[in-house]
Ligand binder design. Structure first.
Ligand code: CA
Length: 224
């Protein structure tokens, strides 16, 4: 589980990060709210441990912004012991859980494991890559919170690409998976479908998600 730890008190941040790494989690520490929002919108995390009082942007504002962008990453807020109102506000904004400071590592790890259990119960139907989300049940696709209409073939192609982000898939592989027939080197069906998908997904975004690997094929990978 890749965890973003957002905490400006460096001692606590390094204690939490060390404790998580020892338990087999993969933590990344960040000390500012604005940096946290940037990281959370550009990279994929399985959960965010989010302090409230932060420089740059406070934790509740980070959470509000994420939820407004339809980012559903699980968030555990770190609140003050007597911070009832911030706890209520946080839960109303869409926090998944909270921990009152000071907390023990055992408590934090138990909360993260509970999140992992919930995710493996219902979250498997959602595939995410960067700001792209694909719902395997409803077949809804959205990027940065905006819904994208795809044809059945474009959807099948995207679903295939999303199963192995970063990996280069050859035209032959794509053709056999998505069209269910053997690839004829004379056909350009794959390229044509990729172009249409690329227009729908990447137009108007600085970060392009569909990359061409010359002479080989295509990959779902964030780039320019
Ligand atoms: Ca703080």
């Amino acid at each position: 589980m890749r965890i973003l730890v957002v905490e400006d008190e460096k001692k606590i941040a390094s204690f939490v990060s060390k404790g998580l790494a020892e338990m087999g989690f993969n933590p990344l520490v960040c000390h500012r709210g604005d940096d946290a929002l940037h990281l959370a919108t550009t990279e994929r995390f399985d959960a965010i441990v989010l302090d409230i009082m932060l420089p740059g942007r406070d934790g509740l504002s980070v959470l509000r912004q994420l939820r407004e962008q339809h980012n559903t990453v699980p968030v555990i807020l770190l609140t003050a012991r007597d911070g009832l109102s911030e706890r209520v506000e946080g839960l109303n904004l869409g926090a998944d859980d909270y921990l009152a400071k000071p907390f023990s590592m055992e408590e934090l790890i138990a909360r993260l494991r509970a999140i992992r259990r919930r995710l493996s119960g219902g979250g498997l139907n959602i595939q995410r890559y960067e700001d792209l989300t694909l719902n395997l049940i409803t077949r809804e696709v959205s990027r940065a919170g905006c819904k994208i209409d795809l044809t059945a073939r474009e959807y099948a192609l995207l679903e295939y690409l999303m199963r192995s982000p970063g990996r280069v898939l050859t035209r032959t592989q794509i053709c056999e998976q998505v069209w269910d027939y053997h690839f004829d080197p004379g056909t350009n069906v794959v390229d044509v479908c990729i172009q249409r998908l690329r227009r729908k997904l990447d137009d108007g975004h600085d970060v392009k998600l569909i990359q061409t690997v010359r002479g080989v094929g295509y990959a779902l990978k964030a780039g320019s």
